[in-house]
Design a binder for this molecule. Sequence first.
Ligand code: SAH
Length: 349
Amino acid sequence: MATDKKKDIRALSIENLRQFFVDHGDKAFRGNQVYQWLWQKGIHDFDGMTNLSIATRSLLKDYFVINHINIDHQQKSSDGTLKNAVKLHDGLVVESVLIPTASRTTACVSSQVGCSLDCHFCATAKIKRMRNLNADEIYDQVVAMNQQSKYYYERSLSNIVFMGMGEPLMNYNNLIKTIDKITQPEGLGMSPSRITVSTSGIPKMIRKMADDQVRFGLAVSLHSARQNVRAEIMPFSDKFPLEELADAIQYWYEKTSQMVTYEYVVWKGINDKNEDIDALVDFCKKTPCKVNLITYNPIGEDKFLQAAPDRISAYEVALTENRITATVRRSRGKDIDAACGQLANKAKV
Ligand code: SAH
């Protein structure tokens, strides 16, 4: 007998599916057939599983539902950036962004509905965390953008960044399950070196990733190397002093031999003084790293204004003089609120 509340069949592993059929007096390989329909053919209803008998399809309907995302609508920026409003099975909406350049197509993926953290400069933080995305919902965003990339730009995705809505390390298990699926040959077969996870900096979880020997890249949203300044603009970081963060990053480097990338926005009157620059240089000397100086994308907060160009250059010069790689990153998709920190379901909320 089916239970009252039907389960999402996509939460089952291939082994679970095989066992389900054995438990119901059928052959284990039916599980493989269903798995293929779900994951290779991307079928969203049981009646589409045409190599199963009507009785088998109806057994599945008794026990399961197929939850999946729907791209509700798309917006295209003048620079080619494509923003998707992604509707989840329970009606909540997240956003994902496809960013083409001459040589790459990057998918920027969301990991939570809203965000658990409270960075004052980020639009997503204004929406409280409503729930974590499950691994399938994250994976589906990638698959949908891979199709869009092929359709619009005639090539597959080259890179994936977990820089959409949410804090990926607060949804760690689903993040890892998703990346496993993206990198497995029966998934998208993508190299982990083309994937970057961006975190606002949770030391315990950075250590956990290092212990797990993950092979994707790590970016940390630093924005200030001065404890009081950082805690002012990213209040949650009060609990995670910079020293603890630096130690975790050092541990990451020792375990994975991978350089971390720091993301850094320079704001007028907040972190554009020489002492801010000196603090960043000192911080960067602790562990091999790169710095991305990113443009601020306004979210309607008066106290945050992009610093003057000469202050950003001062950062670049100081870092370069100290042999720290620094790049000034242009922002994409601003005209459709698709740039970093602007994802807040404007179309819906
Ligand atoms: N929670 C993760 C990933 C999502 S944010 C993190 O904090 O890293 C992705 C990047 O956008 C982060 O570096 C974040 O600090 C940055 N960001 C947030 N709001 C921004 C804004 N308004 N302008 C520019 N970058 C912003």
